[in-house]
Design a protein. Structure first.
Length: 211
């Protein structure tokens, strides 16, 4: 609600201020994204919540680029909005500089979640945060410990398990001999050992952990 209020207050700036589009696009990252995503890297957002975040970001980009919604014009898809935003940034960036790219807020959330898990995994074994996050045997587990007594119904998704799955999705092409489907029950030891090796390699982290 607060971020939507900020977005509406900046309507005049998006639509009528005569500055470069490059500057306008950096404003949501500096003002809105930091407030929207602060502290939720250890929260498990449902797919519907992630779609709402993406819709919120696209609403601001459409105002900046003066693009209508797909309800009015079918060609202005979400992918087209990001493509035009990156194209505008590239055109306005000086030749001696590397142009930045517009990252979806959902991608920033997923990257932040993976980095949070890597930091927790590299904490000392006795650290309470690591103990609570990965269970009583942190050396043997990189997914949370499930208590024996659970409620009836499907187990809830946990941010740690989903973050491990995201890390595996980024590195599985480097391990073709390991079954590619993500194992949530830690039965595939080689898969989880590969994930732990990536998180421990803090001196030269993987690209998706350093963004």
């Amino acid at each position: 609600m607060i971020c939507m209020t900020i977005l509406k207050k900046l309507d005049i700036f998006w639509r009528h201020c005569e500055v470069k589009i490059l500057f306008k696009i950096t404003v949501p990252d500096a003002v809105i994204r930091s407030k929207l995503l602060y502290g939720i890297d250890s929260a498990q957002l449902t797919p519907s919540n992630q779609r709402r975040i993406e819709t919120f970001q696209l609403k601001g980009l459409r105002k900046i680029l003066k693009m209508t919604t797909t309800y009015v014009e079918r060609n202005t898809s979400n992918a087209e909005v990001f493509r035009k935003a990156n194209e505008a940034i590239k055109q306005e960036t000086p030749e001696n500089k590397i142009p930045t790219t517009v990252k979806p807020f959902v991608t920033c959330y997923l990257n932040s979640r993976m980095k949070r898990l890597a930091r927790i995994h590299n904490m000392p074994k006795e650290h309470p945060v690591r103990h609570i996050t990965t269970g009583p045997n942190p050396d043997n587990n990189c997914v949370p410990w499930n208590p024996p007594n659970r409620r009836v119904g499907r187990p809830r998704f946990k941010w740690v398990t989903e973050a491990v799955g995201d890390i595996w999705a980024n590195i599985r092409h480097e391990h073709p001999s390991i079954p590619q489907a993500f194992d949530r029950k830690v039965e595939n030891k080689r898969q989880h050992e590969a994930v732990k090796d990536v998180m421990k390699n803090a001196s030269s982290p993987a690209p998706f952990l350093s963004r």
